[in-house]
Design a binder for this molecule. Structure first.
Ligand code: CP3
Length: 358
């Protein structure tokens, strides 16, 4: 099944191709910041909402309709595959993923069987099938990267210091590598199924990988994330590799096989371009806090982000991390409009300067 995409700006930009203006979408564009989301969201766990394809499709479409963004992202969560195979994980409102019996030893590997997406996560695929019929913009599928998913399984929930994760990684590397291998297999199976159902791009969320040093990341994490991009390379679907606090990792992420790298707000896009040696397209990187501060600051800071994108080979405007729940949707709409209005001049200048460098 392939999508009849009419606006393919995000795809082109992710592939490093010229675009007539800058495309934009926002991580966590669906969710609690939207009154229309709060109106339809079922009580109880987000996982129950995700299991309802009609509702999930509606929630996915809400920000596309409201903001006119250039991509939709499937309403699901990075923990859905481990949840679906029965590892024992929940999402607690206001807190995030919680694992009552965290991953500790070799015996726990048995709790991570292979994913059979058509059976285990059929509801996600059903959501995607509904969406590709309705959307005129690309649908982004996604998965959690092995490290970030592992951090939840090992810590038992969100963490500030990642003590248990680092401890397992350093005291039992053999078990760590087995765990990472299992989680990369899960991500590959999930992403393959999302692409087969109609997703025309995907993002790998390694949200917390930035807590590692570049040398530890290289040995303990990169091989597994890279295996995901190489397993999916034959699908010819563009991909984004995202994490927070990754300034020290961007050079490695640019060599992961992803077509684009997501940049958070702690490094400028110019610096990201330098660190990735212009090898990949960039996505990012407005600090989501700017949306909370107010309209004028959000617009002024968005202009700075746009200006700093001028050298990128391909560029997708986004936040440096997800939309914060208290964000005013009207400000996000103004930012999306600004990007579309002013992006044309920025991209024209970008093609000029790339011609000049040739
Ligand atoms: O619009 C979108 O971005 C699509 C849907 C999406 C969700 N989670 C829905 C969701 C995506 C892409 C994710 C990814 C995700 N989930 C990540 C990676 C992105 C990132 O933020 O770094 C991570 C780390 C998770 C794990 C997770 N799930 C967290 C930390 C939380 C927030 C807890 C809270 O309540 O603040 C969740 C729950 C969650 N997933 C919500 C949404 C809209 C909010 C809770 C709700 O509506 O019940």
């Amino acid at each position: 099944m392939s999508q009849k995409v009419i606006n393919d700006l995000v795809i082109k930009a992710a592939q490093g191709k010229p675009t007539p203006t800058v495309p934009v979408w926002f991580m966590r564009q669906a969710g609690r910041s939207l009154p229309e989301y709060r109106a339809v969201r079922k009580r109880g766990s987000i996982l129950d909402t995700i299991k309802d394809p009609r509702l999930s499709a509606e929630i996915t479409l809400q920000p596309v309709q409201r903001y006119g963004v250039d991509a939709a992202i499937v309403y699901s969560d990075i923990i859905v595959p481990v949840f679906a195979i029965g590892f024992g994980i929940e999402v607690v409102e206001g807190k995030g993923p919680v694992v009552p019996q965290p991953f500790r030893n070799d015996g726990d590997l048995a709790r991570l069987r292979n994913l059979e997406p058509e059976i285990d996560t059929s509801y996600v695929l059903e959501t995607i099938k509904i969406l590709v019929e309705e959307l005129q913009v690309p649908l982004i599928g996604f998965a959690g990267a092995p490290f970030t998913v592992a951090s939840y399984l090992i810590e038992g929930g969100p963490s500030r210091s990642y003590i248990k994760t680092k401890s397992l990684m350093r005291s039992n590397p053999a078990l760590w590598h087995k765990l990472m291998e299992r989680l990369s297999r899960l991500a590959i199976a999930s992403l393959e199924s999302q692409i087969a159902a109609g997703a025309s791009m995907y993002q790998l969320f390694d949200s917390w990988a930035g807590i590692l040093s570049p040398s530890e990341y290289r040995v303990m994490v990169a091989p597994y994330s890279n295996a995901i991009f190489s397993a999916l390379a034959e699908k010819n679907v563009p991909s984004v590799h995202f994490g927070v606090g990754t300034a020290g990792l961007l050079d490695q992420m640019a060599h992961s096989g992803a077509s684009a790298v997501g940049v958070d707000d702690r490094v400028s896009l110019e610096e990201a371009h330098r660190l990735t040696q212009g090898k990949v397209a960039l996505q990012g990187n407005l600090d989501p806090v700017n949306i909370l501060i107010g309209h004028d600051i959000a617009i002024a800071e968005s202009k700075k982000v746009l200006a700093s994108s001028a050298k990128s080979v391909g560029y997708i405007f986004n936040l440096g991390h997800g939309v914060l729940p208290d964000s005013d949707p009207r400000i996000l709409k103004s930012v999306a409009d600004l990007v579309h209005d002013q992006g044309a001049a920025i991209r024209a200048a970008a093609s000029q300067s790339q011609l000049g460098e040739q």
